[in-house]
Write a protein that binds this ligand. Structure first.
Ligand SMILES: [Zn+2]
Length: 189
């Protein structure tokens, strides 16, 4: 079940390390939820806490009192959401449009987070954005923007479909069959 949730969490900016710690904490917690329908809630609570801790730690490492615009790529989290390499072929991002994260090394906080990550015990060196752009997918920005737009249009189409009158199919059939009688015009009083 956890595997089904993972893409949603990854899209929300969580990284694998948030997830790993979360599972361990839930397993060892005194109040471990007993029923499957309680697990998602517990995981979400722990995940949000882990992500916030990570973001705070990254911010603390920045110069105290640092102001100005955040890194447009990673928002100072050190991670950038990109099309997953397994869904990239021939310069295209293909269905099911999975995403993954790569390390931002284009800003101070990102670079420091990356260095810390590389120094951590038995850590796997994360792929950097530079490597990803160079080796995997230079067009990731355009692809992410196009996908966002596609999702937005799809939601708009769904909203439009939902707002159709339920009598619309009946009405369309009647018009097509020539049996449609428009309602009598109201008499002006
Ligand atoms: Zn950055």
């Amino acid at each position: 079940m956890v595997l089904h949730w993972w893409p949603a969490f990854a899209a929300a900016g969580f990284v694998q390390s948030d997830f790993v710690g979360t599972i361990q904490r839930i397993i060892t917690a005194a109040e471990t939820p007993r029923w499957p329908n309680e697990h998602l809630g517990a995981i979400k609570r722990e995940l949000f806490a882990a992500r916030d801790r990570r973001a705070r730690a990254a911010l603390v490492k920045t110069e105290p009192g640092a102001t100005g615009p955040r890194c447009p790529l990673c928002e100072w989290t050190g991670w950038v959401l990109v099309p997953h390499p397994s869904c990239v072929a021939g310069g295209q991002w293909l269905p099911p449009f999975r995403t993954g994260t790569v390390a931002c090394t284009k800003c101070g906080p990102g670079q420091r987070a990356y260095d810390a990550n590389c120094m951590a015990k038995d850590a796997k060196r994360p792929t950097t954005l530079e490597t990803y752009e160079w080796r995997v997918n230079p067009a990731w920005r355009e692809q992410m923007a196009a996908r966002e737009e596609a999702v937005r249009l799809m939601h708009r189409a769904e909203d439009a479909a939902a707002s159709f009158s339920p009598s619309f199919p009946r009405l369309a059939q009647a018009i097509a069959a020539g049996t449609y009688k428009p309602p009598a015009p109201r008499r002006a009083s």
